[in-house]
Design a protein around this ligand. Sequence first.
Ligand code: ZN
Length: 73
Amino acid sequence: MTPSQYDSNHEEERHECFSEHKDNWIIFRCPQCDYVRRMNWETGEMKVRGGEFSVLHSGMHFPIGINPNTNMN
Ligand SMILES: [Zn+2]
C-alpha cells in the first residue's frame, strides 16, 4: 500500500504577511488576500479574518519581547 509515485501537483500556496504594531495588538496583514490576524500580546486574544484554509500564511515577525507561543490556530 505504498504510493509508487509522488504526486507533485500538490501545490501549497504561501502568502507572506506584514506585521504592524498597534497599541496592544500585533496585526498581520496579507498583501495577497484579505487575511488579517490580530493578536493582543497582553491578553493573548487572537482574531483571524479572511484568508483560505489552503493558503499558508507566514512572515510572522513578532516584535522582540513578545511571546508568540499562544494559540496559533
Ligand atoms: Zn494571504
